[in-house]
Design a protein around this ligand. Structure first.
Ligand code: AKG
Length: 306
């Protein structure tokens, strides 16, 4: 029960769900403490909440029209790709997943750069962060809870460590405890280990309305919930990593180069056509972005600055 000791240092609710239905709670105001002040949390507030609790929820972050467009695209892709559940305990037995979404439809290009979410991720990692993966997770009725895990647990570094992964879950349907809202072990990002596979821990359901986004430190223990309703829970897993580690989905090879060439400069950087700290990722002292334009840029290298 090492984690209980760790978690005991935080004033976290151990109730079954995290409900912030209409207004956002300021950082430090615990759930169940009476009235909730009406505030709009700043980027700094969200970054501080992630540092403290391991996660935050940005309510009403995504415009309804964008939610509609993503849902339409996803439904089309699932039919086109004949998507079936993967049928393993991690990806689920009644869960549809579509990976590599940036390669599939231009509408997904709006997700990694979203103005309400990317600044928070940059605050947790830094501006050199990368898209690690972009995939959909449609949890269908009857799905059981996914085993709790940490998204950085395959990276062999001692824990706790500085954030190297920062992930987000976009709610394209309401997320409720009953339909499989992501379950979170609040505060677990500072544990000195990752959870054993299939072990049980007290967790809360990150309930949020459609258009909201859950953002978490990749060390937080979490997992998809069980869907006990008769409707799908649709989430978009928009995952980022530090610019100095390997992306989970290989973005430079997985996205055709002519598709990446249509991306905005910021999205190009985010998928890996850039150089971290003036060094990591260069090709013969040039940015890989030169490959997209067929032009030779004048990237200053760290060696030029010493
Ligand atoms: O679907 C969810 O809510 C979480 C899924 C997840 O954590 C994963 O597949 O890595």
């Amino acid at each position: 029960m090492r984690l209980l000791g760790v978690l005991g240092r935080f004033a976290h609710p151990t109730s079954l769900s995290h409900r912030r239905p209409t207004r956002q709670r300021p950082p430090g105001q615990p759930q169940g403490s009476g009235s909730v002040a009406t505030v709009t949390l700043s980027v700094e507030d969200h970054v501080a909440a992630i540092a403290r609790d391991g996660y935050t929820i940005v309510e009403d972050a995504v415009e309804p029209a964008l939610c509609d467009a993503l849902e339409t695209s996803l439904t089309h892709l699932e039919h086109e790709l004949d998507t079936e559940p993967a049928k393993n305990s991690f990806e689920g037995y009644r869960t549809l997943r579509v990976y590599n979404l940036l390669a599939r439809d231009p509408v997904w290009q709006q997700v990694p750069v979203h103005a309400r979410i990317l600044p928070i991720v940059e605050g947790v990692l830094d501006r050199g962060c990368l898209v690690s993966s972009l995939s959909s997770i449609r949890i269908q009725p009857g799905e059981v809870a996914q085993p709790l895990h940490a998204d950085d647990q395959l990276i062999p570094l001692g824990k706790p460590h500085v954030p190297i992964v920062c992930n987000s879950m976009w709610a394209l349907t309401d997320f409720t405890e009953a339909n499989g809202a992501t379950r979170i072990v609040a505060g677990s990002h500072i544990a000195d280990h990752s959870p054993d596979y299939c072990s049980h821990h007290s967790s809360i359901a990150a309930e949020m309305p459609r258009g909201s986004v859950l953002v978490w430190n990749g060390s937080v223990w979490h997992g998809g919930g069980a869907n006990e309703t008769d409707e799908d829970r649709i989430g978009i897993a928009m995952n980022y990593c530090a610019g100095f580690i390997r992306q989970q989905e290989n973005q430079q090879l997985g996205i055709p180069r002519d598709v990446a060439a249509t991306f905005t400069p910021r999205l190009r950087e985010l998928v890996g056509y850039g150089v971290y700290n003036m060094l990591i990722g260069h090709i013969d002292k040039h940015s890989p972005a030169d490959l997209l334009d067929g032009a030779v840029g004048d990237l200053p290298m760290v060696w030029d600055a010493v």
